[in-house]
Design a protein around this ligand. Structure first.
Ligand code: ACO
Length: 435
């Protein structure tokens, strides 16, 4: 970070003007450092929703929303999706560099040796109703991991942070698969560590003890790519939640559980599930013929209807992940002989109509990663309620990398925003009979 420029802020109420340093990153907008404003002026800045606020300094992921560019540690997502697998991408996010062959082998062995969860975890699952949403189960069970690993919860110890990172990466697929198996009433499948990360996950989800699971390399590669595309996305709502939770010194398992809870919302990771419900709904009402009606509803602000999987706070261009996801969609549907999948056709037509409509053009609303991910996941065999769990599994590495970066900062402070108070001024409590 370099600081060669400054901004002068002046006030109309007699408060003396002050100079504010402007920091420059390696890419992206400059940031005005406002940390001293309150001390010098007694005034806060106001930015609900963080529309103009950089909440931290980071070296991990960069998005250029206007260009539609996403880089992990400087590498374009398009190249990572083609040349790397998910575990290599995890290594990159956590360590800053792509692994050599030896480093990759070592990392994979470390992760794949820790895939089992404590046998006692089964009891947590059986405490839930079978019809519970798997995300509800996941929030609880990931948080519960902290009850099992007291030996590595000293967050100031880099070795402990590393062990927790490996445990989280290794055990998330197992927990997500268990959440699914519990939901459908099938026995839990133990991990098989000689499979790749994604193949093992698919086997734990779709395999049963009754027959040998046949790994389909095309589908495994598709899932692996979905995981790469979701691995990190700078300071989004769930990542910022993980950082905020972690800033108090909470353990990583608790922080990741907080991230999962945030991801669940339909404005964030829950959009993949909501998008598929939306497409199903349009399909039920008549399919492609009814797109016009649906778009009219979306444009009517009183309807409360949104085109799910469209729009993004940062991307004002096509989300590069959505492009790759659409390609993956083609590959998976081809492999499974589902070229005529009616929802895929509907989604493509809906996208085309929306992209030509003034409402979406003027607001720069393009498909985001969630638009096609539901269709791919459904084709892979995941039921709708599992979509956000798969997203959570993939994003875990980003959350850990961002959490680790924050904890390692020498002048890390607890995150504690302030407020513009508009409630009642001081008043006396009246006895109940006089109220
Ligand atoms: N459908 C219809 N209109 C939309 C949509 C949409 N999907 N998204 C934004 N708009 C409209 C808003 O109504 C607003 O219109 P206005 O200027 O007339 O008031 C304008 O576009 C700007 O939108 P904001 O809501 O101000 O944008 P914000 O950055 O706050 O929200 C968000 C971004 C939450 C992603 C929003 O676009 C949305 O709700 N999309 C649908 C849900 C979704 O797909 N979420 C996944 C995001 S990707 C992820 O989290 C992995």
């Amino acid at each position: 970070m370099s600081t060669q420029k400054s901004a002068k802020i002046t006030f109309s109420d007699g408060t003396p003007a002050m100079d504010l340093p402007i920091h420059q990153g390696t890419m992206g907008p400059d940031v005005i450092d406002i940390r001293k404003i309150y001390g010098a002026t007694g005034k806060f800045t106001f930015d609900p929703g963080f529309l103009s606020t950089a909440s931290c300094e980071s070296k991990i992921t960069y998005i250029d929303g206007d260009k539609g560019e996403l880089l992990y540690r400087g590498y374009p997502i398009e190249q990572l999706a083609v040349h790397c697998d998910y575990l290599e991408t995890c290594y990159l996010l956590l360590n800053g560099e792509l692994p050599t062959q030896d480093q990759r082998t070592d990392f994979e062995q470390r992760v794949m040796r820790h895939t089992m969860v404590h046998e006692q975890m089964n009891r947590f699952f059986t405490g839930f109703r079978r019809d519970a949403h798997p995300m509800a189960v996941l929030v609880g069970c990931v948080g519960a991991l902290s009850a099992f690993y007291h030996d590595s919860l000293d967050i100031q110890n880099p070795e402990h942070r590393f062990i927790s990172a490996i445990r989280l990466l290794a055990k998330m697929p197992t927990l997500v698969a268990m959440a699914y198996k519990y939901h459908v009433g099938q026995p839990f499948m133990y991990p098989q560590n000689n499979l790749s990360y994604s193949a093992n996950f698919m086997r734990m989800v779709f395999g049963t003890p009754c027959e040998e699971y046949q790994v389909n390399d095309v589908l495994v590669r598709a899932l692996d790519r979905i995981m790469i595309l979701h691995a990190d996305h700078e300071q989004n709502a769930s990542t910022s939640t993980v950082r905020l939770a972690g800033s108090s010194g909470a353990n990583p398992f608790a922080c990741i559980a907080a991230g999962i809870a945030t991801l669940w919302g339909p404005a964030h990771g829950g959009a993949n599930e909501a998008c598929l419900f939306m497409l199903d709904d349009i399909q039920r009402q008549g399919g492609i013929e009814k797109i016009g009606n649906f778009i009219s509803k979306v444009k009517d602000k009183d309807s409360g209807v949104k085109l799910m999987g469209f729009g993004h706070r940062v991307y004002k261009n096509y989300d590069p992940r959505a492009k790759l996801m659409r390609e993956t969609c083609y590959e998976v549907l081809d492999e499974l002989g589902l070229h005529d999948d009616p929802l895929f056709k509907l989604a493509m037509k809906l996208e085309q109509i929306a992209l030509e409509d003034d409402y979406f053009v003027q607001r720069k609303l393009y498909p985001n990663v969630d638009y096609y991910s539901g269709i791919v996941q459904r084709a892979l065999g995941f039921p709708t309620e599992m979509f956000t769990c798969v997203f959570a599994l993939a994003r875990t590495v980003g959350w850990i990398a961002q959490w680790g970066e924050m904890i390692a900062e020498p002048d890390q402070k607890i995150g504690r925003p302030r407020q513009l108070f508009t409630g009642s001024t001081p008043r006396e409590v009246k006895p109940i009979a006089q109220r």
